[in-house]
Each structure stands twice: as C-alpha cells, then as structure tokens.
Design a binder for this molecule. Sequence first.
Ligand SMILES: [Zn+2]
Length: 283
Amino acid sequence: MAWIDLDFPHTATPSDRVGRVLGLNPGMMTGPGTNTYLVGRRHPILIDTGAGESEYPLLFQKYLMQRGWRRPERIILTHRHRDHLGGVDQLRELFPNVPVAKMLYRDYDLPEDIGMLGDGERVSGDGVTLVPIHTPGHATDHLCFYLEEERALFSGDLILNGSTTVIPDVDGDLGQYMDSLRRLQSLDIRRIYPAHGPVIEDGPAKIQEFIDHRLMRERQILETLGGGASTIPEIVKIVYADVNNALHRAAAMSVHSHLRKLKGEGRVSEEPVAGGPSRWILV
Ligand SMILES: [Zn+2]
C-alpha cells in the first residue's frame, strides 16, 4: 500500500525554518509514521513527539547534531492521540525540564505536567512565530499551528497527505471537522506540513479537495439511503464497493460520522434495532 510507504525519508529539512524527524511508527492508520517537526533557525520548537518507538530518540538526536542543535526549547502537541504524544516521556528523559504544552480539553491519562496552550496564544522561537488554531473534528482538543513567516500550516491530523482523516466515533465530529476546514480557508496558507505524509505545496487546493471529498461522500450516502439501503453495512457495501474489505471497518466509521452529522442537521433519523445495526431514514 502506497500509504504506508516504507521508503519515506526518516529525516528531512523541507525549509530553512522547518526540519522533520519521522516517528518510525508506520501502519494502516499512520501511513509512513507520524511526522515530528523542529521549527526555528536555532533553538527549535518541536511539534509532536511520535508514538514512543524505541528507535525514535536516537534518530531525533542524530538529526539535532546534524543541524548543530543541542535540544528542543519546548514541545507543543497537536492533539492527545498516542501517535503524537507517545514520545513525550522519552524526550523528557533526554532533555530534562523541556516544557510541553497542548490544548487541555476533556483530557485524562495524559503524561504529567502538560501546560495549556489556547487558540491564538502565539509561540515564538528563533525567526518563527507559531499561532495555535483550535480545529476540532478529528479530536476535540486538536490544534493546527500557523507559521507566520512562511504562511505555512502544521495541520496535525486535520489534513493528511496520502489518506483521508479518520473521524472517530468517540470524540470525532464531522460537522466540526468541516467547520475547521472552512476556518483554515480564511487564512493565507501556502504550504501544509501534515502529521502524516509528505509536504503539501498547494495548501488551499488540498483543503478544497478535502472539503469536496466529504461533500461527495455525503451526496453518495444520501443517494444510497434514497435507493433503499438503511443500515451502515448496507451503505458501506454500495458506497465502498471498490474498496478492499480490510478497510470496511474504517469505512463504517466514516459513514457513521456522516450519518451523525446529517442527524444533527435533521436530514436523517435513526431507528435503533434490537440486536442489529440501526436503520437510518431520510427525513
Ligand atoms: Zn490523531
């Protein structure tokens, strides 16, 4: 599968302000792995920490040495998912007292001493200014970071390159996700640095593509309901006919996210069925 891409470079320097170290956690959900970004000309700020893979700290230190850097000045996190904050403890062992912050929102079971970072609370480094943008939808605590000097966006899991974003049943919300994408459209964005996959050079085109993709799926699901399908497995079988069965669970979650959104908008209703999947009906 191209998404997993085992040849993805372990480190890269996509611009003079941005370095990238791969989390070394490839998989179905993470593609080549989680990108962690070092931002700044010197004394870099680290965005995300990977999943906590055992080979990551060594790779991270090698890249720091290569750039002539001693340590990250601080760590900021896009959201609470394991593949983004799993490396916090490893990095604290290497770099004692490095401050760590994220948007604290409905969190439990976080590593200790994580500071609060709110929407719009600028983080400054050497030659860089990062503006946190609260962008829920994939996760309620999700932040993107806008790099003013490059007009670039660190998109976390809101926008990926090589796959679409998962909207989890718990904590995900497709309506919020679409609102977050539209909020990004109001910014002057050139490049996007996603948490998974290579750099996206044409940010606005990618954001539009992600919006269009969801709208297309929504139309398909409404048509399928109009055509007589009513349960999620029935809808998946029709809408995802050309997709490998192994991905049907993820597809079911995606269809569910659409149905929840449509239900919230009063466009479909849900009829629970004892011992089976709910029936969904056009209103
Ligand atoms: Zn995530």
